[in-house]
Design a protein around this ligand. Structure first.
Ligand code: FO1
Length: 310
């Protein structure tokens, strides 16, 4: 079994390549739920949906989220009723949120509801939310404290970041299977996701970091930062807000207590030695995944470096 820690769009791209290199059934994905938000009474899990839709082959590839070819009639009607509609929920996408919310209301845990959704969409990978408990990432800004989606989507990441709060981290327990997957895998991959609000949230769940240190599996991270910029999303603003330098080195530094191998983009080759000095092996590669071939190539490289006999 191979386990991946994942956020949204960047992780999904990589995983699409990975399931062409290893059988999908052998993959467990532990997904960030700090981005989850309740809107119109519905439980929205953006990163779980991005990963699920991508592996199901129904994601809107241009945006990286939502369902391909979706329409927005329901949202338009909600606007007529006077609701704010800053989060673009398509009609088909809304069906997922309705289904998930009904399953949760029936008493299922988020991890069980996720399994149901995956089964219905034909996803064979074992997708697990990092926790079944309430957990939300909130951003402290010069305009006040707000939910991550409000910071990112509603306000376009325009506010100055002063800090990040993981609400629920003190009490959230890892969902069933999270710790076991890390401990019993032959390889753990940290996907190229935001180190603060995607991987950072997963690492903040009790026992996850300890399990990563304890597992015998090699741990490989793919850099989400290339030439001092995130491939996608606000990682630069969040890292700066926390007083971190925006670099691949900074990401490797955040994972230094458990990481064995770091996949660094060719463009950042000048950071190789500095990262190696943290005791981490560095492999240079093209980490920008534009085509399916790029995704498969990167996944194959990770497997060959970490599991040379496979
Ligand atoms: N991202 C946006 O930038 N704008 C949106 O309106 C938006 C809607 C949306 C709906 C469903 C979904 O699953 C994801 C959605 N995302 C949207 C993406 C999401 O906010 C972030 O990309 C992730 O939370 C970060 O990983």
């Amino acid at each position: 079994m191979i386990t991946a820690l994942a956020g949204g769009v960047g992780a999904a791209k990589f995983l699409l390549g990975l399931v062409r290199v290893i059988p999908e059934e052998e993959l467990t994905v532990i997904v960030n739920t700090g981005d989850d938000i309740e809107l119109y009474g519905l439980h929205i899990s953006p990163d779980l949906d991005i990963i699920t839709y991508t592996l199901a082959g129904i994601v809107d590839e241009e945006k990286g989220w939502g369902v391909k070819g979706d329409t927005f009639h329901c949202l338009e009607m909600l606007r007529k009723y006077g609701y704010e509609i800053w989060f673009n929920l398509g009609d088909r996408d809304l069906a997922t949120h309705i289904h998930r919310t009904l399953l949760l209301k029936r008493g299922l845990k988020l991890s069980q509801a996720t399994k149901e959704i995956c089964k219905s969409l034909g996803v064979k990978a074992n997708i697990i939310p990092m926790t079944d408990d309430k957990f939300e990432t909130w951003i402290e800004t010069d305009a006040g404290l707000m939910h991550f989606q409000e910071y990112l989507v509603k306000r376009g990441a325009k506010d100055k970041v002063l800090g990040v709060k993981y609400l629920g981290a003190e009490t959230a327990k890892p969902a069933d299977g999270v710790i076991e997957a890390i401990l019993n895998s032959e390889l753990v991959i940290i996907c190229p996701s935001n180190p603060i609000v995607s991987i950072g949230t997963i690492l903040s769940v009790k026992g996850v970091r300890e399990a990563l240190r304890a597992t015998k599996a090699p741990k490989v991270a793919i850099s989400p930062i290339v030439a001092g910029m995130p491939i996608k999303g606000p990682a630069d603003k969040l890292m700066k807000g926390l007083g971190l330098e925006v670099s691949a080195y900074s990401v490797a530094y955040l994972f230094r207590d458990f990481l064995n191998i770091f996949i660094l983009d060719y463009m950042d080759r000048n950071e190789k030695e500095e990262i190696e000095n943290l005791g981490i092996k560095v492999i240079l590669a093209n980490t920008i995944m534009k085509t399916l071939e790029d995704k498969i190539g990167l996944a194959r490289l990770v497997i060959e470096e970490a599991l040379p006999r496979k």
